[in-house]
Design a protein around this ligand. Structure first.
Ligand code: HEM
Length: 162
């Protein structure tokens, strides 16, 4: 096993594989509420970078739905964190934010999409990762689209599976 790059020590609690406990809840004013399961993988190879993959499935049909993957970097000597993200919907994104203890608050810093991305287009994303005192991990995602202000889209809790 390769030693974690010291730049990333503040994010060590994130490393590993996380699986949803109860199905997560998806909502938005324009869609039917839905339930989903999700697995998160956070790994590293000794670089000052965390590699991640998030795979989500419909809770009832088990069909693969949303997938995203990318890299996490931390500004050395600061609590600033950047997520570099590619989503299967055709979106690429940079989210930046702050690490406070074991809570990460991120928001869109840059966003681009394929020319034939489905509408409405996302304009802004915010997300919070929070390690709970009981060791579970919580993620909450909000988004703004062409026709809706910033509103919650996702909420889910995971337990560490490895
Ligand atoms: C709908 C964006 C993550 C499942 C949508 C819509 C957008 C969107 C723009 C359409 C809203 C509308 O029609 O007004 C995103 C973004 C995500 C994300 C930016 C990540 C940051 C997820 C995840 C799931 C999911 C993890 C889990 C399965 C759905 C479903 C719908 C939906 C089921 C409704 C049906 C559909 O339009 O496909 N999402 N989403 N999304 N999203 Fe997400």
């Amino acid at each position: 096993p390769v030693e974690l790059n010291p730049t990333l020590l503040p994010l060590e609690w994130l490393l590993g594989t996380w699986e949803s406990d109860e199905p997560g809840e998806g909502c938005f004013p324009t869609i039917k509420p839905f339930r989903y399961t999700e697995t998160l993988h956070f790994t590293h190879v000794g670089q000052p970078v965390i590699n991640f993959m998030f795979n989500a499935f419909h809770a009832e049909s088990k069909k693969p739905l949303h997938r995203e993957c990318g890299f996490i970097r931390m500004q050395p000597g600061a609590n600033k964190v950047a997520f570099i993200i590619a989503q299967n919907s055709g979106l690429v994104e940079i989210e930046e934010g702050e690490l406070t203890g074991q809570q990460l608050n991120l928001q869109t810093h840059a966003l681009a999409r394929i020319s034939f991305a489905k509408e409405p287009h996302v304009q802004q994303i915010t997300r919070v990762f929070q390690l709970q005192p009981d060791g579970t991990l919580e993620q909450t995602v909000s988004m703004a689209t062409d026709n809706q202000p910033l509103t919650q889209h996702l909420h889910i809790t995971y337990h560490r599976s490895s």
